[in-house]
Write a protein that binds this ligand. Structure first.
Ligand SMILES: Cc1ncc(COP(=O)(O)O)c(C=O)c1O
Length: 445
C-alpha cells in the first residue's frame, strides 16, 4: 500500500544490496551488522520479523532486548499514531500530558519509595543522569561498578563498563572503581557456591576501603548482566553488596535497562527478586519497546536539589516517546506479561537445560524469565570459550530463521531476550532448531 504523503524514497522497494551500498558509502563503520550476509528487515509482527526476500524469523533477541511488546501490538501502534496526530514534540520547558501521565504510572510500578522520574532518550543517558544526581546528593565523587558490566556508550557510561566494551584510549576518569560481580560459573576467587561465602560480594568493602575516601556516591549493577553474558549472581550477592553500600553512605543504582518491565518474570524489576530496595532504577530498551526513551526513578529526597541546570534534555520527556511508554506499561498489565514471562521463561529454560545435558558445547544455561543465556565452551572441564562455534551458531540460526544475540566478554554466550509476545509454539520450534544446530557444530569439533 502506498501513501501519497510519505516520501517516495521511503516507499521504494530497495534491494538489500542497494541498501548495504548506501550504508557503506554514507554510514560510519560503527554501524555494523550481525551476519556475514546481513539481513534487511522490512516488517514485524508479534515476535517475528520478515526480511526483504519475504523470509520470516522468530526473534529471540528483540532488536537488543528492546521490543518487549513485539512489533505491531495494536495498542502500541494506535497510541503512537494518536499522539503523532496531536503533538509529536515540545520540550519539557512546557508541561505535556504524556510526560505527566507516564511519571504517575512509573511511580505506581516502581519499587517502594521511588516516586520521582527523570526522562531522557537512552540507557546511557539514564545512567549518566542517575550518577550525576547521586554525586550531587552525596557530595562524593566515587562510583563503584562491576567486572564484566556494560552500562552504555556515553563518556561516563563507557567508563562504568568493563574492558572489552570501554574502548577508551586513556585510563579511568577520577572516581570510577571496579568490584567483582557474582559469576559463579567462572568465579574470580576460584571458589564454589555456596561454600564461597560470597567473597565476590564482600570484596566491595576492600575496594571502598582501599580505593576511595572511605565513602562512595553510588554502586551500580544490573540484576542480571545482559551484554556481559546473562550472568545472574545468587540473590544474596545483592543483599550483601547493598548492606556494604549503605555502610559507606552510598546509593544503590539498579540498572534495569535490560531487566526492567517484567522481563525477568513475576516482578516489574529484576532487583526485586533479590529483596533489595534500590535508591535508583535506570530504564531504557523495553521502556519504549522501540521508541527512544530512557530515564531513572528515585525518591523525592534524593533529587531534592537536582535542578534544571543539572539535567535538562531537549528530547527528554517528549510526548511521542512518553505516550508510547504509557502504552507499553498498559500492555504489560493487560496482557499479564509478568506472569507470562515467568511461566514461559521457566518452560523455555527447562527445555534449554536439556541441551546442557545432551551437548558438550553447552557449558551452562542460566537466567530468569525471558532473559536466558547459553554459555558455549569447547570443553566442559577447561571451560575454554567456544568463540568460533558461537560464530557458527549465529550464521546457522539465521539460516534457519531464528534470531539470537551474542554476549559475554569473549562473545561465547547465546543471548535469548525475546519480545514477551513470544508463544510457547515458537519456544518449542526455537529449541528444536538450537538442538539441531548445536549437534551439527559438535559433529565438526
Ligand atoms: C544494562 C545496560 N545499561 C545501559 C545501556 C545503554 O543503553 P543505550 O544503548 O540505550 O544507551 C545498555 C545497552 O545495551 C545496557 O545493556
Amino acid at each position: 500500500m502506498t501513501d501519497e504523503l510519505v516520501p517516495k524514497d521511503l516507499q521504494k522497494q530497495y534491494t538489500k544490496e542497494e541498501i548495504l551500498d548506501i550504508e557503506k558509502e554514507h554510514l560510519a563503520p560503527a554501524v555494523a551488522h550481525y551476519y556475514q550476509d546481513p539481513v534487511l528487515f522490512v516488517n514485524g509482527e508479534g515476535a517475528t520479523l520478515e526480511d526483504s526476500s519475504g523470509k520470516r524469523y522468530i526473534d529471540l533477541f528483540a532488536g537488543i532486548c528492546t521490543t518487549i511488546t513485539g512489533y505491531n501490538h495494536p495498542k502500541y501502534v494506535a497510541t503512537i499514531k494518536w499522539q503523532a496526530e496531536r503533538l509529536v514534540y515540545t520540550s519539557s520547558l512546557y508541561a505535556t500530558v504524556p510526560y505527566a501521565v507516564l511519571a504517575k504510572r512509573l511511580a505506581r510500578i516502581a519499587p517502594s519509595g521511588l516516586s520521582q522520574s527523570f526522562i531522557v532518550n537512552s540507557g546511557s543517558e539514564a545512567n549518566e543522569a542517575a550518577i550525576f544526581a547521586a554525586r550531587k546528593y552525596t557530595g562524593n565523587p566515587y562510583i563503584v561498578t562491576c567486572s564484566r558490566a556494560y552500562h552504555g556508550r556515553t563518556a561516563l557510561a563507557r567508563e562504568l563498563s568493563s574492558a572489552g566494551w570501554r574502548t577508551v584510549p586513556e585510563g579511568h576518569p577520577p572516581g570510577v572503581r571496579f568490584t567483582s560481580y557474582g559469576y559463579c560459573y567462572r568465579c574470580h576467587f576460584g571458589k564454589e557456591y555456596p561454600e564461597c561465602d560470597f567473597e565476590c560480594a564482600r570484596y566491595l568493602r576492600e575496594v571502598i576501603r582501599t580505593q576511595t575516601n572511605n565513602a562512595i556516591a553510588a554502586f551500580i549493577a544490573e540484576p542480571i548482566q545482559g551484554v556481559g553474558g546473562i550472568i545472574q549472581p545468587p540473590s544474596d550477592y545483592f543483599r550483601i553488596v547493598h548492606e556494604i553500600v549503605k555502610e559507606y553512605g552510598g546509593l544503590y543504582i539498579s540498572d534495569e535497562v535490560q531487566t526492567g518491565f517484567g522481563r525477568t518474570g513475576s516482578k516489574w524489576w529484576g532487583i526485586q527478586h533479590a529483596g533489595v530496595d534500590p535508591d535508583f532504577i535506570t530504564l531504557a530498551k523495553g521502556f519504549g519497546s522501540g521508541v527512544p526513551i530512557g530515564g531513572f526513578i528515585t525518591s523525592p529526597e534524593i533529587v531534592r536539589d537536582y535542578a534544571m541546570i543539572d539535567g535538562f534534555a531537549t528530547f527528554g520527556g517528549n510526548p511521542l516517546s512518553c505516550a508510547a511508554a504509557v502504552a507499553v506499561i498498559e500492555i504489560i498489565e493487560e496482557s499479564n506479561y509478568l506472569e507470562k514471562a515467568a511461566k514461559l521463561g521457566n518452560a523455555f529454560k527447562q527445555k534449554l537445560e536439556a541441551l546442557e545435558e545432551d551437548h558438550k558445547l553447552v557449558g551452562e544455561v542460566r537466567g530468569q524469565g525471558m532473559m536466558i543465556g547459553i554459555e558455549l565452551v569447547r570443553d566442559k572441564v577447561t571451560k575454554e570459550p567456544a568463540v568460533q562455534e558461537m560464530a557458527q551458531v549465529m550464521e546457522l540460526t539465521r539460516a534457519r530463521g531464528l534470531l539470537v544475540g551474542k554476549g559475554g566478554l569473549d562473545g561465547n554466550v547465546v543471548r535469548l531476550q525475546p519480545p514477551l509476545e513470544l508463544t510457547s509454539e515458537q519456544i518449542d520450534e526455537s529449541c528444536a532448531i538450537l538442538d539441531d544446530i548445536i549437534s551439527e557444530i559438535e559433529k565438526k569439533m
